[in-house]
Design a protein around this ligand. Structure first.
Ligand code: ARG
Length: 265
């Protein structure tokens, strides 16, 4: 089913509502006329403090991202159109308030979409920037050792299903959901390439449309932030029994590193 969804445009029509419930489309609010209305995003979130997650980047197509290096953003494959030279994306960094006059705005020069990406799994991409954003970077998990516990998510996406994109960065904490449980929720889950998180029993906290591409992260054993996931998809947002699905970063750590080398990062 998700194979069809990558072709949905950003102007997803109301007629596509049933499909859009699973949408990978960046920044597209999915209206659900009769659907549940879960709590406040980043459903169930609270505002992040300026400087709290300095690696967070907002991308102009309506996605999030994280600084992998100062001039390479790690985001989701479904947020970009393909690989090659690309000067059409603007990355905004260094702020929680997107309208802050102190924001750093830098254009892209090139995009590398995950090799073999076809709308299922492999949902990662790298965006090379024309100049560095002078903020701390977020290191990525290279093993599955951190695929457990509670994760932090952050983004400027919708604060509820069908909700508006946000001016101020929101954050939330979501618990790990094991593959077997998540496969029960989503039969199409690619367990080796995707990792799930969310409150299975109550819902209420989740990423949502427009958070895609942003990082899911936690503290490592040295108390440093480490990225374990990339916001990818889910059925609606924050629904009980329907966790968020994230790209399993450790699975692709070597590919991401190789891709960054290729981009001259
Ligand atoms: N695909 C969405 C986007 O482009 C992210 C959806 C995440 N959904 C979820 N329930 N966690 O922003």
């Amino acid at each position: 089913m998700r194979n069809h969804l990558k072709h949905l445009t950003r102007a997803t029509a109301l007629g596509a509502v049933a499909l859009a419930a699973f949408s990978l489309t960046p920044g597209t609010a999915t209206a659900l006329p009769n659907g549940p209305e879960p709590g406040p995003t980043v459903v169930g979130g609270t505002p992040a403090a300026q400087g709290e997650f300095p690696f967070m980047v907002r991308l102009s197509m309506g996605c999030g991202g994280a600084l992998y290096t100062k001039d390479i953003v790690l985001t989701a494959a479904h947020c970009v159109d393909g690989s090659g030279p690309n000067t059409s994306i603007t990355a905004t960094g260094g702020v929680v308030d997107l309208e802050d006059s102190g924001a750093t705005k830098v254009n892209s020069t090139e995009v590398l979409q995950a090799p073999g990406y076809n709308g299922t799994g492999k949902d990662w991409a790298l965006i090379k920037l024309a100049k560095p954003i002078d903020q701390p970077t977020l290191k990525i998990a290279e093993t599955d050792a951190y695929n457990k516990g509670d994760f932090t998510v952050a983004g400027w996406g919708a604060d509820k299903e069908g909700g508006d994109q946000q001016r101020y960065l929101l954050k939330a904490s979501v618990p790990f959901v094991d593959d077997a449980t998540c496969k029960g929720a989503y039969s199409n889950l690619v367990t080796g390439e995707e990792i799930c998180a969310g409150k299975m029993d109550t819902g209420g906290v989740d990423t949502c449309q427009g958070d895609s591409g942003g990082p899911m992260f936690r503290k490592d054993d040295n108390d440093q932030w480490i990225q374990v996931g990339i916001v990818s998809w889910g059925e609606g947002c924050a629904r009980p029994g329907k966790p968020g699905v994230y790209t399993e970063v450790s699975t692709f750590a070597k590919d991401i590193k190789a891709g960054a080398d290729q981009l001259g990062g």
